[in-house]
Write a protein that binds this ligand. Sequence first.
Ligand SMILES: [Zn+2]
Ligand SMILES: [Zn+2]
Length: 374
Amino acid sequence: MKIDAYVVEEINATLVRETLTIDDPGPGEVLVKVVATGVCHTDLNTQSGDMPLPLPGVLGHEGSGVVEAVGAGVTEVKPGDHVIMGWPYCGTCRNCVRGEHRYCLNIGAELLAGVRLHGPDAGSSAYTRTDGTALSGHFFGQSSFATYSLTRANAVVKVDKDIDLVLLGPLACGITTGAGAVFNTAQPGPNESVVIIGAGAVGLAAVMAACNTPAATIIAMDLQDSRLELARELGATHTVNTREKNIVEAVAEICGGPADYVLDCTGSIKVIEQAADTVGLMGTLILVGGAPAEARFSLDHMRTLFGKTVVGTLGGSSNSRTLIPGLIKLYRQGRFPFDKLITTYSFDELELAIHDVHEGGTIKAVLRIDETNQ
Ligand SMILES: [Zn+2]
Ligand SMILES: [Zn+2]
């Protein structure tokens, strides 16, 4: 069938709307009519060549929508079901069998191969241009900057029809990344402190998650006062503008010493090295934000020796069907108001959305793709 999709032709090229053809769903696949999709930094990192998706290709990986058709053997969902498209995974490797789909041993290819990896059509892309040439799709198993997505049944998360689908896409990646870093990796206990550096969508999701733990001190840090204001509104007990204050000194002042957990949501090596110095004996530094490919950081050996943990987390760890329904329940109870992070744009406003995320006040941009479903 014909779809309308944003295509990025080559590294650093603008995303341009184009009519493409998408295959019908094969065994184990689900065709989703995309209602909305979030814009994540990983889309932009891929456009700029930092993530090795073969180009030209279709990006987008925070999609929500309505099941249009299912392939052979699909029992999880049926046409008409409302779904979020979560991260893909192979389902058979050691980590997938353990339920740790984010750490699927084949995750690189699952996210970025640009072609199907499973079923009778493995190795081919389901996406074709009007001149008959194929291009990359299946980005994060969905390529959701498009009116339709072809995804795998094991990656979709069915959601209740009474929740606004427009809001839900970011639960596929950015929002779960921040929340999962707190729930699955930090797991703070009573009277402990959590420092979140970088108050974008991921960091603010971490702030909201921390408010659902026994942590007593929740410190949000950022360069922008407007984001710090929102962090306070969402439950941060303290905020620090790092343009005005040194990270290590600010934590020492507020906590009376080092912090128990520090989450770096910036991916800045300079910030990560300072963050490591704010964590004390038995403390944990959690790397959440992505740094440029090949980036390295250094640590003070002696201070790390003293029981310090440095751990990375991808997509919040765990898996979509555990994390996403859990966050939706908290949202319904008013305990995880992630809708406050979202600004919506129409399908033709992708460039504006990207601009506003970089330079405006937008924290999480969501494209409304199918206006008839809203
Ligand atoms: Zn796997
Ligand atoms: Zn993402």
